[in-house]
Design a binder for this molecule. Structure first.
Ligand code: ATP
Ligand code: MG
Length: 874
């Protein structure tokens, strides 16, 4: 292609940011790829996500012009490319989106002019190969063609390369609701000159051609899509652009596939080394190599952002991506042992300069992936065994699809792998019945999670909600909007206030409870959460008069207990880093009124002495009674200078809140005690593993800690009393255990002697008639001794036919044993005999031909049963 400079991926990224910085844009970091606190979105799927609130007018952006590169993941929801990935050469699960934004500042003309300047003059792409699209309008939405964009393009692009596009391609929407608007895309034709001469490039735009691909999308945000489907004009007009970084690299490096660029080649090369299979030799293995090189990035960045693979929600999505990669390696690259974790050093080396989280957490990412790999490979093995069984049991060459679904559902054993293995045996499975099972499960899942969110009823349009909870627990408030939400067939009510003392769930701390009180009514608030920058109060009902004046009152006792646990969490974090080392990173936190839970990265069990030291340090700092030093709004750099650590996967603004108690400094929005002494007491309750490389500590404070210790003390004193108050209760207990073991041994010896006696008696009771050694009697031995004795006797006497009855705990038992010679000569079966005899003792049972047992609730029937045995064994 025309550019004469050769660009590395790093240079391409940097050039983009520099270009827009020179046009007055502020360069900001990528937001985390894993999203917390947005029920409509699990992962960042576009650069604009982190600015959604700014588009909607709920938040002021730090600058009216911003640029960045954003880690995106498109594996769920409206934008889901998972099935394409690896099969094509230009869709990824995780990719970087380069973007520039205008918030009510410049609009179409500048956005178009700069995009063109950057691509053609700075990067030097061949103009002849670029096509642009504009929105053609849509009558059903009452939207006209985007003539403004078309006119802006005319300054640079000849008419025949400006194409009209429909709503699907040229009206961008983030999800079912939210900011949206017409867009204008730039496509690049990467085909050879011969091919271009044969087929006009314009005819291939937006036709899923692998070498005529969209590289950049310029979105002109004008509307908000509401839940009822209507478009509502936004308060201001914005620009939101997104360019696929990997696709741009392909174009600038003159490649025809994203995987041929220096973004993916190092990973593919390593995979080839591991598998011995070279890229470019066969279609199946090529797809596998692409899938794995792609998926490892998604999984590694998700883990570095704090999202561990798990069994639900975002964690499950990550687990599935990882398993997909393992499976491709297993089936098509013959990699039967864990291998994906071996790619992390390369990935980390490649990306660390721009995304340091991947280097700083390399060890954790490797451990987590390794453990996931090992456990899934075990599952695959179990699945293979089960599949073997299914295959043998199948009556026909076509296995029932329901069995294949069951395999998938219980072992996570993927149907395409099943198909592959069956095919090797000349078999297949019935796809229709597989799909019908799958559909049934989907329907079940859908009805279980259906959320029906109504539109807000807005009372006060432009009011920004103010949080006053750091200074007040009570306030006079007005309701600005409310709505009804139906989820899992349960209704809930949500209210937004003009200002609120209620703390919304965040930073691990649970949301406040409390009340809204007006002259005529009282509404209970049972939770508070943040959504799209709004603080939402979850209520037991909607007010009769939403316009009334209310008093909002936080449940202060509950909040107080919570704040003890929150401050203690900071002290715990500090102590952990001191005692265990600074590799300790917070990986999860729950702070509620009853206790605190803290997850952190650490690679071995925390030893008892270390735990004691941690507990001691925390309590020491409680007694030191450090006052709360709150820095409500300071620049991030200043907070870092004070010693605060930013958490990976957390999104911070330019101004942050820092909380300091003594030498503990944390970036935190939570509610704290005024001085650490208020905590009173801190006690650890448990320490354990949650996942590979992640430990969990649970602890409690204040009254709860005292109660916890009191309960332990009172348990100990009861034990002591039971042990008759020895000086050293532990020694007393150990002695008791020792004695008990001795006694057990003695009892066993007695039982064995008794059994030996009985067996002697049995030998004498045997009647030998017509080649049958018949033994029918009642004994006082326990069931196990009877079984042992009968097996021994059977081995000695192949002619044995024995029926032994016994009673214990008011129940009757019958055992039947037949020697091998009897089994060979007669058509008696112990299992059948015992069934007939069991009828006499009011019970049932069964077993094999040679030995069977039955139990029943009527011991008085034993005599009858033995009499019957005599006739049966004639
Ligand atoms: P496509 O039609 O190719 O799937 P899109 O319309 O979904 O693209 P946008 O939502 O407009 O893309 O995203 C902006 C840019 O991000 C695209 O122009 C493209 O360069 C890039 N992009 C989108 N999806 C992916 C993906 N799955 N992998 C890599 N890059 C992508
Ligand atoms: Mg797409």
């Amino acid at each position: 292609m025309a550019q004469d400079k050769s660009w590395t991926a790093k240079e391409i990224r940097q050039q983009f940011l520099d270009f827009f910085q020179n046009k007055g844009h502020e360069v900001v970091p990528s937001a985390p790829m894993v999203i917390k606190g947005d029920p409509t979105l699990m992962f960042t799927n576009a650069g604009m996500n982190q600015f959604k609130e700014a588009f909607l007018g709920n938040r002021q952006p730090s600058s009216s012009r911003i640029t960045d590169t954003q880690k995106c993941l498109r594996v769920s929801g409206k934008h889901n490319d998972l099935e394409e990935v690896g099969h094509d050469t230009y869709h990824h699960t995780m990719f970087e989106m380069l973007g520039n934004w205008s918030f009510g500042d410049y609009f179409k003309t500048e956005a178009i002019a700069w995009a063109w300047e950057l691509l053609t003059e700075v990067y030097g792409l061949d103009q002849e190969r670029l096509y642009v699209t504009v929105f053609e309008g849509d009558a059903s939405e009452n939207l006209e063609r985007d003539d403004d964009a078309a006119n802006a393009w005319k300054a640079y692009v000849p008419q025949e390369r400006i194409l009209n596009g429909n709503k699907k391609d040229n009206f961008w929407e983030m999800g079912a609701t939210g900011p949206c608007g017409p867009c204008s895309e730039i496509h690049m034709d990467l085909r050879s000159n011969e091919e271009r001469a044969k087929v006009e490039g314009a005819s291939l735009v937006n036709q899923d051609h692998p070498q005529v691909v969209e590289i950049w999308n310029l979105v002109f945000m004008e509307f908000n899509r509401q839940a009822d489907g209507a478009l509502k004009a936004l308060p201001a007009k914005h620009v939101d652009t997104g360019m696929g970084f990997e696709r741009l690299c392909m174009a600038l490096q003159g490649k025809q596939s994203n995987y041929d660029t220096d973004v993916f080649q190092p990973l593919i090369t390593r995979l080839s080394e591991l598998s011995g299979i070279t890229y470019g030799t066969a279609e199946k293995s090529d797809i596998a190599l692409r899938v794995i090189a792609d998926h490892v990035r998604a999984v590694a960045f998700a883990i570095a952002d704090g999202q561990l693979p798990s069994n639900n929600g975002a964690g499950y999505v990550i687990r599935r991506i990882l398993r997909r990669a393992i499976r491709y390696g297993f089936s098509y690259l013959n990699l039967k042992e864990a291998f994906i974790h071996k790619l992390i050093p390369i990935l980390s080396q490649q990306m660390a300069e721009f995304f340091p989280e991947i280097r700083d957490q390399k060890e954790l990412v490797e451990k987590v992936i390794l453990e996931e790999e090992q456990s899934f490979l075990r599952t695959l093995e179990q699945g293979l065994n089960r599949l073997d069984q299914i295959r043998q049991e199948s009556q026909s060459k076509t296995v029932d699809g329901a069995r294949v679904f069951e395999l998938y559902d219980t072992f996570g054993f993927p149907p395409d792998l099943t198909a592959l293995i069956l095919k090797e045996e000349g078999m297949s499975f019935d796809i229709a019945s597989y799909e019908s099972e799958m559909q049934k499960q989907k329907d079940r899942a859908r009805s279980a999670t259906k959320v029906d969110t109504g539109d807000w009823v807005v009372i006060e349009e432009d009011d920004r909600e103010e949080f006053i909870g750091y200074d007040h627990l009570e306030a006079k408030v007005r309701i600005t909007r409310y709505r009804k939400v139906k989820a899992k067939n349960k209704e809930s009510f949500q209210i937004v206030l003009n200002l609120t003392p209620f703390y919304p769930e965040g930073g691990g701390q649970v949301g406040d409870h409390g009340k809204l009180i007006s002259e005529n009514e009282e509404i209970s608030i049972y939770d508070t959460k943040k959504e799209h920058g709004l603080i939402i109060h979850f209520c037991d009902k909607l007010p009769e008069n939403p316009q009334a004046e209310f008093k909002a009152r936080v449940d202060s006792k509950r909040q107080k207990s919570t704040s003890l646990n929150h401050t203690a969490t900071h002290l715990l974090h500090q102590a952990l880093r001191e005692v265990l080392g600074t590799h300790v990173e917070q990986k999860g936190s729950l702070v509620n009124p009853d206790y605190l839970r803290f997850d952190f990265s650490h690679f071995s069990k925390v030893e008892d002495e270390q735990l004691a030291e941690i507990e001691r340090l925390v309590n020491q700092r409680i007694r030191a009674n450090f006052p709360l030093e709150e820095y409500r709004s300071i620049p991030m750099d200043e907070a870092k200078e004070m010693g605060a650590i930013a958490l990976f996967g957390e999104k911070y603004g330019d101004l942050v809140r820092a909380i300091k108690f003594g030498d503990s400094v944390e970036l935190c929005g939570g509610i704290h005690v005024q001085a650490s002494g208020e905590i009173g007491l801190f006690t650890l309750m448990s320490e354990g593993a949650v996942a590979a490389g992640i430990r969990r500590i649970e602890a409690c404070t204040g009254d709860a800690a005292l109660q916890y210790l009191n309960e332990k003390a009172s348990l100990l004193s009861s034990l002591q009393q039971e042990l008759k108050n020895p000086k050293d209760p532990l020694a007393g207990l150990l002695k008791l255990k020792e004695e008990n073991a001795q006694l057990k041994k003695q009892v066993e010896a007695f039982q064995q002697a008794q059994a030996a006696q009985e067996r002697k008696a049995w030998a004498q009771a045997i009647e030998s008639i017509d080649g049958v050694d018949r033994l029918i009697l009642e004994t006082s031995l326990d069931a196990k001794s009877i079984k042992d004795a009968l097996f021994q006797l059977k081995a000695d006497k192949p002619q044995l036919a024995a029926v032994i009855a016994s009673k214990n705990d008011g129940k009757a038992n019958i055992a039947v044993a037949l020697g091998d010679a009897i089994l060979a000569s007669k058509d008696w079966k112990a299992g059948n005999l015992v069934k007939e005899l069991a009828a006499e003792i009011g019970g049932g049972g069964g077993g094999q031909a040679g030995f069977a047992m039955a139990g029943g609730s009527k011991p008085e029937g034993i005599e009858q049963a033995l009499a019957k045995a005599k006739t049966l064994l004639q």
